[in-house]
Ligand binder design. Sequence first.
Ligand code: GLN
Length: 544
Amino acid sequence: MTRFIFMTGGVVSSLGKGLASAALGALLQARGYSVRICKLDPYLNVDPGTMSPFQHGEVFVTDDGAEADLDLGHYERFTGRPATKKDNTTTGRIYLSVLQKERRGDYLGATIQVIPHITNEIKDFIREKDGSADFVICEIGGTVGDIEGLPFLEAIRQFGNEVGHDRALYIHMTLLPYIPTAGELKTKPTQHSVKELMSAGIRPNILLCRADRPIEAEELRKIALFCNIDQTKVIPALDASSIYEVPLTYHAEGLDDQVIDAFRMTESPAPELSKWQEIVRRIKEPEGDVTIAIVGKYTNLTDSYKSLNEALSHGGIANNVKVKLKFVDASEFDHHEEDIVSALKNVHGILVPGGFGARGAEGKIKAVQYAREHNIPYFGICLGMQMAVIEAARNVVGLKGAGSTEFGECDVPVVGLMTEWVRGNDTEQRSGNDDLGGTMRLGAYPATLKEGSKVRSIYGADELSERHRHRYEVNVRYKSQIEDKGYLFSGLSPDGELPETFEKLDHPWFIGVQFHPELKSKPFDPHPLFVSFIDAAVKQSRLV
Ligand code: GLN
């Protein structure tokens, strides 16, 4: 029997509902249950694929090619369960589907309304998960009281009634702000937020109260009294020093016990948490540190590289070192050569991550050149591989006009628009005039790895499958010209048409990949490329 847990948030946004859902998922898994986590986003975009990373953070990509909310990344990292297209929806997608049905005539002339048509569509999204796990956790994006969130609250209220309250649980996450002049944490915003939720017909079973300092028993008692919730179910959720500590701290505060209790599951095993304890121990007791420069564009919102930051930290966990990140804005040395030296001088590894558009491209190419000439470990991801190939073409092969058509016309398009590629038994086709949303090469694709290559030895396999999200590709026509100069396209699509990995031969560590390995890295299963890159950075740190 599947039990459903709904996670809502109140008072302010960015409380960490996604992390809380992921941590609860990990705790229930540690008790031996299977868990699936999904996210309902109230915004109108059909998916976050076209949203600026500045505004919304990273776009997470699933194996089956969905461009999804970055919280799905948390879910995957904490539970190890690969997310799918069906684990994320938005108001836009819900309406799109209802309107398509309306146009098809599926509603037989009925007047289409938010209740029941939109709410039914939302409930269908949730109900589809019934039977797929012991627990389904559904996070509702946004904050209680938002206009666009109302149909979602109404839908989960109805859903709870329909499946029965022994199968549905509501957790509400709030904030207790500290007011310095009063010298105390305030409970009033929580009271108001619960009231708001109750006016939508939902009485929370558990409150998760975020605070930046311990919550006094008196305050917990007050919340319990005013919000009409058992005090054992008012759970402090204090700031943790690492996100991977959150399952342990929530467990210590009784979250999973209270969930089990609320469902009246009397015979639940205690969770086996040694895996998490070991990760936290390694994070807290590193044997040294390395500094990695991330040369990108979205550097003023680190959420835009969420999975990347995490994957680098996983590489650190595996190597027993702390990974310090230095975000370098590539556009700053698009035109000023000298700045690059001061920005990259003492780092132990340079990484150019995925990205879009011309701004910062020249700066990124200079960063590649710096890494190549100074034998500093270099890791290029997606756009970062394309920049490495352009740098090789220009400065090593001597093709001065080498560039990418993404940045406008160029004489030697070593990177060009991808118009056709193979997916399984089908061929996908695109043109320059396609919609921007959902038309990239998305999701998992395999690559065949060359014998004797570094990438093959890192993977310990002759094939890989990794997630993609790009529109341009390295043109295979330039392959042999570049390889003649000491490089190897070590991974190719099975038909040999699309370069997937690129490495420089006489260099301590110089690898570019056309896919996003960071999306599959987990703290307890770190991605081999990140483990190897951080290992190279550790070696570099001993040299400088
Ligand atoms: N802008 C490049 C492309 O579309 C790279 C995309 C990426 O780095 N994810 O091919």
